[in-house]
Design a protein around this ligand. Structure first.
Ligand SMILES: Nc1ncnc2c1ncn2[C@@H]1O[C@H](COP(=O)(O)OP(=O)(O)OP(=O)(O)O)[C@@H](O)[C@H]1O
Ligand SMILES: [Mg+2]
Length: 236
């Protein structure tokens, strides 16, 4: 087995040195290779990143989105020439996976850190959403599992998103803001489990039909406290 990039060049990766990162019950297998990750789809699903979307996402320079390097396909040794020719004739590449930057997670609790950490990240994530939405990409499955949190910030790492060709940006943006709101709700719950019902109640009170306004409200509340969790404490 060998990995070939979109230009059909063999990728210089020692497959014996791959370190498996995720569990078996997913649509993809994630490996770490030095300071890079390699995500390989073992079932072709609708969520698998496609070339056009990869190009759009990899051109976005925003520190809250995983830095994408290259898409690749897997070719069994000996069949390489055959596939190479076939691919060229067809004029497109069938993607088996992608490589991206590896991010080290840290044991930090954004809920008990200085509130500016979360405020800065929300600001950056909103900018990212604006760019993604304007490119007609709908964010999906945005949850803590699909983010890396460290002192540098919050990074979205599992971009199995949908690409729309004729959708109205307004609706896509609203959907993406709702994803952000849900992510923030889950981050609060994950990092302050003892307050689960209070956190649920706080977020339920925010108007989910207007996620942009809800996030503004959340930011307003955050600006009144020193640590994010205090906005929940206030309600006790
Ligand atoms: N760029 C990365 N940096 C650090 N860790 C990563 C990175 N990408 C993935 N991981 C680790 O691997 C886990 C699984 O990755 P990911 O969310 O991309 O795929 P998945 O959820 O297993 O697959 P899918 O959602 O496509 O079925 C993450 O929760 C994270 O721990
Ligand atoms: Mg995931």
């Amino acid at each position: 087995m060998a990995l070939y990039n979109r230009n059909f060049q063999k990728m210089d990766i020692d497959l014996k040195k791959l370190e498996r990162l995720n569990s078996v019950v997913t649509n993809a297998i994630i490996y770490r290779y030095e300071d890079m990750i390699l995500k390989k789809y073992w079932v072709c699903t609708q969520f698998a990143i496609e070339e056009k979307m990869f190009d759009v996402l990899s051109n976005i320079r925003n520190k809250h989105l995983m830095e994408l390097y290259e898409i690749f396909r897997i070719i069994k040794d000996g069949e390489c020439e055959h596939y190479k020719e076939l691919e060229k004739k067809k004029g497109h590449l069938v993607i088996d996976g992608y490589t991206a930057k590896y991010y080290q997670a840290e044991k930090i609790n954004p809920m008990t850190m200085d509130v500016n950490y979360l405020l800065h990240n929300i600001e950056g994530l909103k900018e990212l959403i604006d760019i993604i939405s304007e490119n007609s990409i709908m964010m999906c499955d945005t949850k803590p599992d699909n983010t890396i949190i460290n002192s540098e910030g919050i990074v979205l790492i599992d971009p199995d998103y949908y690409y729309f060709t004729d959708e109205i940006v307004f609706y896509i943006k609203r959907h993406n803001y709702r994803e952000l709101l849900l992510l923030l709700r889950m981050l609060f719950i994950d990092h302050a489990e003892e307050y689960t019902s209070k956190i649920g109640a706080y977020f339920d009170d925010l108007t989910i039909t207007h996620p942009e306004r809800s996030i503004e409200q959340l930011e307003k509340d955050l600006k009144r406290v020193r640590r994010p969790i205090q906005i929940i404490d206030k309600r006790l």
